[in-house]
Write a protein that binds this ligand. Structure first.
Ligand SMILES: [Zn+2]
Length: 328
């Protein structure tokens, strides 16, 4: 079958012929319809997320069940599904408590530590799958599973928002950022998008209540930093209103910031982070999409034959919203 393969860290991802996967115990094989491509894949390409090569990449997957491995129950050939990005045990206290991204026995990422979904077929753990509602297209489901579920987790579990609150999004034009805006608006918040790229900023006007180049004197109840650079983290803390919460979503190893604790005490500002999303979050996110409360933003599409073009688009950082690769 055709697959996008990273043969060595820091080399280009190339379309390659590989043997089709076989469903092992507890696994299903999917016919992949579509797979999202974002900055996480570019970071994985460089080796920043660990794992090993050669590796079939890709984790934002929409597809249909093609085969069941030994011991798999509850799924049938033809079921429309997406998957969690994380390999988790399902048994530890974090998994049992619905916070499986903190799993004590975390097994890594799909498309980084095991083969992923930028391919005609992929074998995945059945316990990580989520059913896609009939009303949701598989391309929307694919990006909902990361680019929308991640913001859903931020705005429900880490900094719950309700109508009337103000949410600022740093890096609002990115694949996750634009969906932070979409989910925040679905919850009735006023959204300030902060985006330095002028073309993306122009495209964001219809997705945010206001778009700014920098935070400046902004004071928001929730500040979501999807960039997590030294400059953006400093701006995020400065943009939190009294009683506000700063949530760091992206991260880059080795970035440090100086912090004046005064607003943490005198204004009870909270600084926290948010790690991906649970399967329950994925299900709730798909429900929001099914009910047209949140609209997935797909900024560019590529065929699998031009997967290198999809990576170039990520590296150029010029696409508003998410990039998808059509497999079928
Ligand atoms: Zn676990």
């Amino acid at each position: 079958m055709r697959a996008a393969v990273l043969s060595a860290f820091d080399s280009p991802v190339r379309l390659t012929d590989v043997p089709p996967p076989v469903a092992g115990p507890g696994e299903v094989v999917l016919d992949v319809a579509v797979c999202g491509v974002g900055l996480t894949l570019e970071r994985a390409r460089t080796g920043a997320l660990g794992g090993s090569t050669p590796r079939v990449v890709g984790h934002e997957i929409g597809g249909t069940v093609a085969a069941l491995g030994p011991g798999v129950t509850g799924w049938a050939v033809g079921d429309r599904v997406t998957t969690s990005f994380y390999l988790v045990c399902g048994r530890c206290r974090w998994c049992a408590g619905g916070r499986e991204t903190l799993c004590d026995n975390w097994g890594g990422f799909i498309g980084v530590h095991v083969d992923g979904g930028l391919a005609e077929q992929v074998a995945l753990p059945a316990h990580g799958l989520v059913q896609v509602p009939d009303e949701v297209a598989l391309d929307d489901a694919a990006i909902a599973a990361d680019a929308i579920a991640t913001p859903y987790h931020v705005l429900t579990a880490r900094a719950p928002v309700r109508a009337g609150r103000t949410v600022a999004v740093i890096g609002a034009g990115g694949g996750v950022g634009i969906h932070v805006a979409g989910v925040a608006r679905a919850f009735g918040a006023t959204v300030i998008g902060i985006e330095t790229d002028p073309t993306k900023a122009a495209g964001l006007q219809s997705h945010c209540d206001e778009v700014r180049e920098e935070a400046g004197d902004l004071r928001a109840d929730v500040v979501v930093d999807t960039v997590a650079s030294r400059a953006s983290l400093t701006a995020a803390v400065g943009a939190a209103a009294k009683g506000g919460t700063v949530v760091v979503v992206g991260f880059q190893g080795g970035v440090t910031v100086e912090l004046d604790p005064t607003p943490l005490v005198l204004e009870e500002v909270t600084i926290t982070g948010s790690r991906y999303a649970s399967r329950a979050d994925l299900m709730a996110t798909l429900d929001l999409v099914a009910r047209r409360r949140v609209t997935p933003v797909i900024g560019a599409r590529f065929p699998l034959s031009d997967v290198e073009g999809a990576y170039r688009a990520v590296q150029d950082n010029a696409v508003l919203g998410r990039i998808v690769v059509d497999i079928a």
